[in-house]
Design a protein around this ligand. Structure first.
Ligand SMILES: [Cu+2]
Length: 304
C-alpha cells in the first residue's frame, strides 16, 4: 500500500489512508474512553464527588502524540503538494477552457477537442482558464483537482501511465447545467495520439455534417436536444420556420425561427429568450466562427 512517495497519485492515496486511519483510531479511542469513564465514575459507584488533581505525564503525552500526528499529516501532504505544483519541464501543455457548461481542450498546434486526449507516459500540463464563473477540473483517476477561476490561470499536471478512458468533470457547482460538465480523458498509445494530433481540419469551411462535431465540442448539446426532449434549453427539433413566443425586455412577443433569429440566439442569447426558459445561455461571440454558426443553422434547418 505504501508505495514510493515519488509517485504522486500513490502519495495522495497514502495521505488519505493515513489521515483516515488516524481519524478512525482516534474515534474508537475517544468513544471507548468516554463509555469507560461514564461507567467507572457513575454516581452509583461514586456517591461522593471527588476532586481529581492534574496529571503532568498524561498531559505531556496527549499533547505530544497528537502534535506529532498532525505534523506527519502536514509533512506527507506537503510532499504531494510540492510534486503537484512542479510539472516536469517536458510536460505537454494543454489549455483547458471551462465555461457554462462545457470543457474545451486546446493543444500547441491548434488542435482542439471536447475530450482530453493524451499520449501514454508523457506528462501533461493543464493550463486552466474559465470564461465565466468558477469551475473545478477534477480527474479522480489521476487524483488531481484544480479550480478554473475567471481572470486568472491555474494549472495541474499528471502522468497518464495507463491507456484507457477516464472520467473528467466539474466539481464546483456552477449553475443549472453543472451536471453537463462531464467529459473524458482518453489515454492513447503514442501512435494513436500522433494520428489524432496531426489530423488537421480537412475543409476550412465547416460543412453541415461538421455541425454535430462543433455543437458537441462547444457544449451546445449539454442543454439542447435534437429529439424534442426539453432540457435546460429548448430542443432544436422542428423549430426552424416555426413561430415561437419569446421574452424581450420583459415583454412577450412572437418571432419566427429563421437564420437571423438563430444567429442572434447564439451571439446575444439574452436578446430574445424563449418563453418558459431562463436566460442563462452564455454568448457564443468569439467562440463560434461565422462559418460554424452557418453550419449549425443549416443543421437545425434539417431537423424536422
Ligand atoms: Cu462547472
Amino acid at each position: 500500500m505504501f508505495t514510493t512517495f515519488l509517485d504522486r497519485s500513490a502519495n495522495v492515496d497514502n495521505v488519505m489512508y493515513f489521515i483516515a486511519g488516524v481519524s478512525v483510531f482516534m474515534l474508537v479511542l475517544v468513544t471507548f474512553l468516554m463509555i469507560f469513564f461514564v461507567v467507572k465514575y457513575s454516581s452509583k459507584r461514586n456517591p461522593t464527588a471527588e476532586n481529581i488533581e492534574g496529571n503532568l505525564p498524561l498531559e505531556i503525552i496527549w499533547t505530544v502524540i497528537p502534535t506529532i500526528l498532525v505534523l506527519a499529516m502536514f509533512y506527507y501532504g506537503w510532499i504531494g503538494f510540492k510534486i503537484m505544483r512542479n510539472p516536469p519541464k517536458d510536460a505537454m501543455p494543454v489549455k483547458v477552457t471551462a465555461r457554462m457548461w462545457s470543457w474545451s481542450f486546446t493543444y500547441e498546434n491548434g488542435q482542439n477537442s471536447g475530450e482530453l486526449n493524451v499520449p501514454l507516459n508523457r506528462p501533461v500540463k493543464l493550463i486552466i482558464v474559465s470564461e465565466d464563473v468558477i469551475h473545478s477540473l477534477f480527474i479522480p483517476a489521476f487524483r488531481i483537482k484544480e479550480d478554473a477561476v475567471p481572470g486568472m490561470e491555474t494549472y495541474l499536471w499528471f502522468n497518464p501511465d495507463k491507456t484507457g478512458t477516464y472520467d473528467l468533470f466539474c466539481s464546483e457547482y456552477c449553475g443549472v447545467g453543472h451536471h453537463s460538465m462531464i467529459s473524458k480523458v482518453n489515454v492513447m498509445s503514442q501512435d494513436d495520439f500522433s494520428k489524432w494530433y496531426e489530423k488537421k481540419d480537412e475543409a476550412a469551411v465547416p460543412q453541415v455534417q461538421d455541425a454535430l462535431v462543433i455543437m458537441k465540442k462547444n457544449g451546445c448539446l449539454n442543454c439542447h436536444t435534437m429529439d424534442g426532449t426539453v432540457e435546460i434549453g429548448p430542443s432544436f427539433k422542428g423549430i426552424f420556420g416555426k413561430k415561437i413566443e419569446v421574452i424581450t425586455n420583459w415583454k412577450e412577443h412572437e418571432v419566427v425561427v429563421d437564420n437571423e433569429y438563430l444567429k442572434r440566439s447564439m451571439l446575444e442569447p439574452e436578446a430574445d429568450v424563449v418563453k418558459g426558459f431562463d436566460s442563462i445561455m452564455p454568448s457564443q461571440k468569439g467562440v463560434l466562427t461565422d462559418e460554424e454558426i452557418e453550419a449549425i443553422i443549416n443543421y437545425i434547418k434539417d431537423l424536422k
